[in-house]
Design a binder for this molecule. Structure first.
Ligand code: MD3
Ligand code: FE
Length: 203
C-alpha cells in the first residue's frame, strides 16, 4: 500500500494509476497553452528535461537565476490554471502519506525523453517549506536518486513507475534528489517519454 522511504517521505506505488489517463489529458491542455520548453541554467547550460507549469506561479530559470514567476516568459500570458483534478489528487496522496489538509498552489510539470536526466539538487525556491511536495510519475520508468541534507551523504535509488506517487515532507523536504538518465522505451500511455508532476506550495 505505502512505503516510508525516508523520514517524512512516503512512496505510494500505483496510487494514481486509475486517474493516469485523465492526468495526461490535463497535461496536454496545459501544454497547449504554455508549451513545454527547455530552460537555461544560470550557468548557461541547458536543462535536459522540458518544463511547464500551471497555477498562479510557474518555475523559471535563465541566466538571471532560478525563480517562480507570475507570467509565462514564453507566452507573456499567465500560466494556465491548475485543474481541479490536480488539487484533488495532490490532496488525496498527501493525506494517504499523513499530511492532511494539503492544498497545492502550483503544478510544475517535467517531460523527459530518453537520454534526459536531472542532476542532484535541492528544491529551495519555495518560501513555504513547511508544506510537502507531492510528485506523480507517468509513462516511462525512472531511476530516482535520493540523498540526504548535504551533497555528501549516500545516495539511494528507487524505481518510479507509471502511476506512482511520492510525498516529500518534514525532514525530507530539503533532501538532495535527482533522476538518472531515462532509458529508451515506449509506454502505452505516453509513448517515448516520462512525465513528472510536482504539486507544491510556493508562498
Ligand atoms: C524530494 N523532479 O521537479 S520528482 C523537480 O522526476 C524534480 O522530475 C524530479 O526533482 C522528476 O524538482 C523528481 C520527486 C521529487 C520532487 C521534489 C522533491 C523529490 C523531492 C523535493 C524534495 C525532496
Ligand atoms: Fe526537485
Amino acid at each position: 500500500e505505502w512505503e516510508a522511504i525516508a523520514p517524512g517521505a512516503v512512496l505510494l506505488p500505483g496510487a494514481v494509476l486509475d486517474r493516469a489517463d485523465r492526468l495526461l489529458r490535463e497535461v496536454e491542455r496545459i501544454a497547449a497553452l504554455s508549451p513545454f520548453r527547455i530552460l537555461t541554467t544560470p550557468g548557461g547550460g541547458r536543462m535536459s528535461a522540458a518544463m511547464t507549469s500551471a497555477g498562479p506561479l510557474g518555475w523559471h530559470s535563465d541566466r538571471r537565476g532560478y525563480r517562480y514567476v507570475t507570467a509565462d516568459p514564453l507566452t507573456e500570458r499567465p500560466w494556465p490554471p491548475m485543474p481541479p483534478l490536480f488539487a484533488e489528487i495532490a490532496r488525496d496522496c498527501a493525506a494517504s502519506a499523513g499530511y492532511d489538509g494539503f492544498r497545492p498552489q502550483i503544478a510544475l510539470i517535467n517531460r523527459y525523453v530518453p537520454g534526459a536526466r536531472m542532476g542532484l539538487h535541492q528544491d529551495r525556491d519555495e518560501a513555504a517549506l513547511e508544506a510537502p511536495i507531492v510528485s506523480i510519475s507517468l509513462g516511462l520508468p525512472a531511476r530516482f536518486l535520493f540523498g540526504g541534507l548535504s551533497r555528501h551523504e549516500p545516495i539511494r535509488r528507487f524505481d518510479l513507475l507509471h502511476g506512482d506517487a511520492v510525498v516529500w515532507g518534514g525532514p525530507s523536504r530539503l533532501a538532495f534528489h535527482g533522476v538518472a538518465t531515462i532509458r529508451a522505451g515506449d509506454h502505452p500511455a505516453t509513448g517515448a517519454c516520462r512525465i513528472n508532476l510536482t504539486f507544491r506550495r510556493v508562498t
